[in-house]
Design a protein around this ligand. Sequence first.
Ligand code: SF4
Length: 260
Amino acid sequence: MERSLHQTSGTGEHKRLVVGWFSFTCCQDSTILLTELLNDHFDEWKRVVEFRHIKALKTKNSLDGLDVAFIEGGIWSESQANEVRQIRENSKYVVAIGACACTGQPSTSRNRFASEQINERIRWYLSHFDYGKEVKKLNEVVQVDDMVRGCPMKAPSFLQILQCVDDAIDLLRTLQLADDKPVRTPATASTGVGVIEAPRGLLYHTAKVDEEGVIEDYDVIVPTAQNQINIENDLKDYFNENLDKDEETLRANAESMIRA
Ligand code: SF4
């Protein structure tokens, strides 16, 4: 079930998530999709999200203090690369939006033009619009924290990432760590077992120490290992039933199954 932003906040009081939305060289279909999502989510988001930079919807924009920057499109020139670096410096998280930003395609098709294909007209465009030699995907220019794939972006993945960033920022803002002192006990030869719930499932640790407290044996059973067989079986079933779908869709759905 889709959750609302900040529904899980423990404090009841929180600042709004400060969002920037940026489009570089692209057809802006993900921006159109975002405006369609606003039709459904505007009332919910206006209380908890501040769009501080979104040129498609407002004229006064600022890069200051962005929690998350969503960036669509390929990076076609050094001036665009500099703009992206500035966005990175001002944002806690950067998320690539759509295939052009995530993988370069279809924007990077230009990189494969043979020189004899570049005629006078194309040369004119390249020189008059400050185009660089090659189109780059986003993570060739700045560090990218997450991606929403698809052409245009997959709306459910976008909503999921927005929720995750919102939760993470909320946690960082509200987390209070107690000033506990470490507990020291005299060493004895023994075996200890710890079990904790991690984001993907139960995590087990077993440690065996000698009479001086030196570790003799240590074992960790991680949730991924426990889920591995199910993940593989689910992927087999999914691919067997959906091989007629395009590569982007197959990849996005396989990634969701592995992450889930
Ligand atoms: S990924 Fe697709 S929809 Fe997005 S900008 Fe590129 S071509 Fe357009």
